[in-house]
Every structure is written in C-alpha cells, then in structure tokens.
Design a protein around this ligand. Structure first.
Ligand code: PSU
Ligand code: MN
Length: 309
C-alpha cells in the first residue's frame, strides 16, 4: 500500500476538529512518558498533563507512532499503550519514515514531536527539558537532533530549558548559531531543568502569554527560515531539586554512564533514571513540577495564539 500523508500522519477527530475551528491545541510528546519517567507514575502523568490542557480550555494532542502511523491526539487506551508497552522505540525525526515503512511503534522525542505537530498544523508544544549538546561532545559529537529540528521547524516550545545532564553553555551557543529564538518567561537567567536557574544569562525576557503570541506573529510576518521559538519557563524555586544534591548525584550518574559505556539514544534515559534513584525520587518531583508548569503556560500561549485570551 503506498504511503500517503493520510495513512502516515493521522490526527484524532478531536484534534482535527479543534484545528479546523481555530481552537487552541497543545502538542505533548511521548518519549518523556515512555522513556523519561518510571512506571506506573508515567501513565498518571500522561493523563494529568492532558487534564491540565483541558482545564485551560485547550485540546491536548499527545503524539506517538502506533503501528507505523504517526498519531496526533491519543485515546485513553493509546495512552496506556505508550506508558506500558515493552519494546516501544524512541523515535527522533529521522526515524519516522522508517518506523512508518516497517509498521513500528514508538514514542516521539522533541525532534519528532515538533516536526509532526508542525505538519499537523499545531503551533504550541510543551515538554520538560530539551535535548542538546552532551558533555564530552568533543569525543563523541553527541548533540540531540532536537536542536537541528528546532532550527527548521515553526513551533513554539515551552520547556524548563535544556536537561541539566547536558553541556548547557554549549547548547545555548548552538541555539544561537542555528538561529533559534529563545525568550525567558519572567526570568533573566536560562532555567536549569530540575533547577530554577542554570546560572546562564538569557538575552530576552517576556512577561505574558500574549507576549509569546506577539513574537510568533512577528516570526510569521518577517518570513525567512522556519525556526522555532523556545519559551524558557523555570521550575518554581520552592519546587526545584536541591542544587547540591543535583550536582552530587549528576556527577555520579555521568561517571556511572561512562563506566557502563552507555551512549547514543540510551544515554538520556539512563541519566534521568539514575537521578530519580540517586535522589530518592526528588528529581522526579522537580521534573514533574517543571513539566506541569510548562503545560499550563503552553495552554495559555495556545489560547493567546488562537485569539481566545
Ligand atoms: N524532557 C523530559 N524528559 C525526557 C525528555 C524531555 O523532561 O525524557 C526526552 C525528549 O523526548 C527529548 C529527549 O527529545 O529526551 C532527548 O533525547 P536525546 O538526548 O537522545 O536526543
Ligand atoms: Mn543523542
């Protein structure tokens, strides 16, 4: 059977209706659910994030590939699938056509989710922390495909910065080079994922969801390369991970990963789960606090963008 846009990329009826009527829609990724969070908490989180979007008056579109079809907006049974199915793959943007051809199922990373959301006509996307340049890049050139995709995809991504397991200054540098717009939401420093601040300054600060929508209109009015807007939204201070605990356990995690020879797609899930265990779950709570805040803000931005707020 030939692959057509129809058979390979399928929005749910609810998402299609919302997009057709100009209602606010927020894209959510599935890798954080399948590979970034422990079971069984991940399923509760998948449901909770959708609930936050709905309460804010927008439609959630969790994105994943199921049996070779990129699905935009999942049913309850499909959320259970991405939370519990063993052997579910982690798919970046480059993996999508291959997964479609062989009928594979997988969770989508920021790169794949941004790409599919934009293709489906969704402009706003919420996640936890972006991928980026890994520490030790000079040895293995591990830079997440998230950055490249954001340099050529017109999406607004709300995140708590980039994951602190990464080389944050190098990642910010790459975002600058690749022409990706970055604005801090009510902050002058770039957020540090589990931590409120990475300690790095940020060039631009916005105060409201309406400001973000104005930036998005500016992107479209100016034309030029189809780049993303990163809205960097820090985890509240009283919900961040204790910075000393963070630094200590992260150093252990990085040493452990090097010793075990973990590389490639496996490194991010390895480090995140090491942190969960090494902090007795405190990193998980900080991660979730960050994601919830991002989903809330993304819902407000989607409403402002749709002209409903
Ligand atoms: N944010 C989180 N947890 C995660 C991720 C983001 O709070 O697990 C995922 C995203 O899907 C992101 C991916 O795209 O980690 C990055 O993986 P890699 O470094 O292999 O590109
Ligand atoms: Mn990588």
């Amino acid at each position: 059977m030939p692959s057509t846009a129809d058979t390979i990329l399928r929005p749910s009826d609810e998402v299609a209706d919302a997009l057709a009527s100009g209602a606010p829609v927020v894209a959510l990724e599935s890798t954080i659910i399948s590979h970034g969070l422990p079971q069984p908490r991940n399923l509760e989180v998948a449901r909770e994030l959708e609930q936050i979007v709905r309460k804010a008056g927008a439609v959630p579109a969790t994105i994943a590939v199921l049996d070779g079809v990129a699905r935009v907006g999942l049913s309850e049974a499909e959320l259970v699938r991405i939370s519990t199915e063993t052997g579910l793959r982690k798919l970046g943007q480059r993996d999508l056509p291959i997964a479609a051809a062989v009928g594979a199922s997988g969770a989508t990373t920021v790169s794949a989710t941004s790409f599919l959301a934009a293709r489906a006509g969704i402009r706003v996307f919420a996640t936890g922390g972006l991928g980026g340049v890994h520490r030790g890049w000079t040895e293995d050139q591990d830079e997440s495909a998230d950055l490249d995709t954001l340099a050529r995809t017109r999406i607004t991504i709300v995140c708590a910065g980039v994951k602190s397991i990464l080389d944050v200054p190098a990642t910010l540098q790459r975002l600058e080079t690749r022409g990706v717009s970055v604005a801090g939401y009510r902050t002058d420093t770039f957020p540090g994922f589990y931590l409120t601040s990475s300690g790095r300054p940020i060039d631009w600060r916005i105060e409201t969801a309406a400001d973000a929508a104005a930036v998005m209109r500016g992107q479209d009015a100016l034309g030029g390369p189809e780049t993303a807007l990163i809205v960097a939204n820090p985890v509240p201070l009283d919900e961040q991970l204790d910075p000393e605990l963070h630094d200590r356990v992260l150093a252990e995690a990085l040493a452990e990963a090097a010793k075990a020879g973990v590389t490639g797609q496996a490194i991010t899930p390895f480090l995140l789960s090491y942190l969960v265990r090494g902090t007795d779950g405190a990193s998980l709570e900080a991660n979730l606090a960050a994601v919830r805040g991002n989903v809330r803000l993304a819902s407000e931005i989607a409403a402002a963008w749709a002209g409903k707020a």
